[in-house]
Design a protein around this ligand. Structure first.
Ligand SMILES: Nc1ncnc2c1ncn2[C@@H]1O[C@H](COP(=O)(O)OP(=O)(O)OP(=O)(O)O)[C@@H](O)[C@H]1O
Ligand SMILES: [Mg+2]
Length: 300
């Protein structure tokens, strides 16, 4: 639609979600929608290529919102009520937000979604091609052949998440049971780390087991790679989870990223890799997004 060309946001059907103004418009007119409805809608739109489980939605929509005070993944009714309100705001009940029974929710294929902004909470690449880092990638790939946990450490913006994602892509063929990315940025509480992993693995919670037990059981024979990104604010929760998984699932490998070094147990199989500045002069690259930190902090 026309407004999508000038205002950054996402258009779908007759609607436009103005990402900067947090406004929902229908044929150019504002549709009343609460901030949580807008966030729920934006989450569904930005993940339109897949069905999001209820757990994923609760984590992505509510986990970073202390104002709501909702412990995500605990209150199924909260999500249900928000979906119902959103559908009412969008009109044509159920047409735009579809429920896939026993799986979750997705944006209807009919919605014809087009994003006019680059922002994506799940992808660290912002649409820019990967630049440089060949030497680091080779070294890390080599390390992964005999190390089950690599922690990428460095100051904000140095490129840890991007390097972790690239590394995971390049070694994916060595992990026949898949690679899974867990973004901890929206998670605020150590106790929710396991829930975030459960959700990334698309596993359901079970009343008779802890999340960690469900994850361990699922991964125990699997040759899979987990990338746990942005651990710095949840060092304790991450260390506990990683330590447990390394023992419970002997064939998995893990890449974690953290601004702060993580003290993880079982050091024989672990490595911390300090992420340096990119050696090539990528500032001159047309694809450089400009967020890389100019100087790395001295290692602690
Ligand atoms: N090798 C690269 N090629 C192109 N762009 C890159 C590269 N590395 C990082 N960037 C870009 O620089 C920005 C910061 O990178 P990234 O998010 O990976 O940093 P980070 O170290 O994980 O930061 P934080 O500590 O905030 O999580 C992003 O926009 C990313 O796309
Ligand atoms: Mg990061």
């Amino acid at each position: 639609m026309a407004s999508g060309k000038t205002v950054p946001g996402i258009s779908f059907g007759p609607f436009f979600l103005d990402s900067a103004g947090r406004r929902l418009l229908r044929d150019g007119h504002r549709v009343p929608a609460s901030p949580i409805e807008v966030k729920l809608l934006e989450t569904l739109l930005r993940n339109r290529d897949r069905v999001l489980t209820g757990d994923e939605l609760r984590l992505m929509v509510w986990a970073e919102d202390p104002a709501t005070g909702i412990a995500p993944a605990q209150d199924a009714n909260v999500l249900y009520v928000a979906i119902r309100k959103l559908r009412r705001s969008l009109g044509d009940y159920g047409k735009w937000v579809v429920n896939i029974p026993k799986v979750g929710y997705a944006i209807s294929e009919e919605a014809d979604v087009a994003a006019t902004d680059e922002e994506s909470p799940r992808a660290p690449d912002n649409g820019h091609p990967f630049v440089g880092r060949q030497a680091e990638l080779e070294r890390l790939k080599q390390l992964l052949t005999h190390t089950r946990l690599i922690t990428l450490t460095g100051p904000p913006g140095i490129g840890k998440s991007r390097l972790a994602a690239r590394l995971a892509d390049e070694v994916a063929s060595s992990f026949p049971d898949g690679t899974y990315a867990v973004n901890l940025v929206p998670i605020e509480n150590d106790a929710l780390v396991a829930k975030a992993v459960l959700s990334a693995l698309a596993l359901a919670e079970r009343a008779d087991r802890t999340e960690l037990e469900v994850i361990s059981e699922h991964l125990k024979e699997k040759r899979a790679l987990l990338v746990i990104d942005n651990c710095e604010h949840l060092i304790e929760g991450c260390s506990h989870l990683v330590d447990h998984l390394l023992r419970a699932a002997p064939k998995i490998s893990l890449i974690t990223s953290s601004r702060e070094p993580c003290a993880q147990a079982g050091t024989a199989s672990n490595r911390a890799a300090i992420v340096p500045r990119i050696t090539r002069n990528i500032r001159t690259s047309p694809h450089f997004s400009g967020r890389l930190a100019p100087t790395p902090r001295a290692a602690a």
